[in-house]
Ligand binder design. Structure first.
Ligand SMILES: NC(=O)c1ccc[n+]([C@@H]2O[C@H](COP(=O)([O-])OP(=O)(O)OC[C@H]3O[C@@H](n4cnc5c(N)ncnc54)[C@H](OP(=O)(O)O)[C@@H]3O)[C@@H](O)[C@H]2O)c1
Length: 246
């Protein structure tokens, strides 16, 4: 008889970059990875196929998470198919897109994160995990300098983190752990290539403190937070200089 795997994990924005690597690293016989994407269906399908080829289980779900109705439909579809969600990785992020409406960053990086967490709670068993992925530039905003053009994104991601912290008592009552994973600039990502063009001095300044973490290293910590029996509130990846008070 066909049975669903023991753990169901949703990764938002898993069609590329860090989310795609998180999805790949989650692959295993006991886990069904739900690969959320907004536009890139072919890429999301490829990630899901890679997971199946590695002996895991995966499916894709299209939803622009900043659209409330699409977020609801995605979570309803998970509820209808699996009846549960064991871990939610809040990875999808944006706002740097050319021509993005100025309110989009807050809608995506704060409101959509809070909304997805609210929708996830009733689906999560005791021991459920919510992991919010952010950058040091956002986590420490406005106390540390950010690359040119990144302030609105940093402010919105910081607001998303604060909104999730404000929900912590509800998570605790439901037996759900929240972990924020904050990373320095991650080598080889599109965002760092974009920042390199917009503010090369800031990217060089980050590299001057040591080699930047890789996508694989960052994803490993995010995946670890989805299974940790004792979830930490915050885990930092790279950028030791950011962590010193000055
Ligand atoms: N890159 C870095 O250096 C760095 C450093 C620290 C932390 N982080 C954090 O790591 C996370 C991932 O970063 P990344 O560099 O991998 O990002 P990325 O390459 O820009 O990928 C973003 C992903 O999110 C999806 N997405 C964007 N808007 C969406 C929406 N409205 N609804 C659903 N999905 C949406 C995209 O899907 P489509 O392609 O289908 O549109 C894509 O899969 C972010 O939270 C970021 O802040 C990144």
């Amino acid at each position: 008889m066909h049975s669903e795997p023991a753990r169901i994990v949703l990764v938002t924005g898993a069609s590329r970059g860090i989310g795609a690597e998180v999805a790949r690293q989650l692959a295993g016989p006991d886990t069904h990875v739900v690969v959320n994407y907004r536009e890139k269906a072919n890429r999301a399908d490829t990630i899901a196929q890679t997971i199946r080829d590695a002996g895991g289980h995966a499916s894709t779900l299209r939803a622009d998470i900043s659209d409330e109705a699409e977020a609801v439909a995605m979570m309803e579809s998970i509820g209808a198919r699996f009846g549960r969600l064991d871990a939610l990785v809040l990875n999808a992020s944006g706002g740097l897109e050319l021509g993005a409406d100025p309110s989009y960053a807050m809608r995506l990086n704060r409101d959509a994160q809070r909304h997805l967490a609210q929708l996830a709670v009733p689906l999560m068993p005791i021991g459920g995990r919510i992991v919010f992925v952010t950058s040091h530039q956002a986590h420490f905003f406005p106390n540390k300098a950010v690359p040119k053009g990144y302030s609105a994104i940093a402010a919105s991601k910081r607001a998303g983190e604060t909104a999730l912290y404000a929900m912590r008592s509800a998570f605790t009552r439901a037996g759900i752990g929240l972990t924020v994973v904050s990373g320095d600039m991650i080598d080889g990502t599109m965002i760092v290539r974009l920042l390199q063009r917009r503010d090369p001095a800031e990217v060089s300044a980050r590299r001057a403190h040591g080699s930047l973490p890789t996508v694989e290293e960052f994803a490993e910590v995010i995946v670890g937070a989805t299974v940790s029996p004792t979830p930490q509130s915050i885990v930092y990846v790279g950028g030791a200089d950011y962590l010193m008070t000055a």
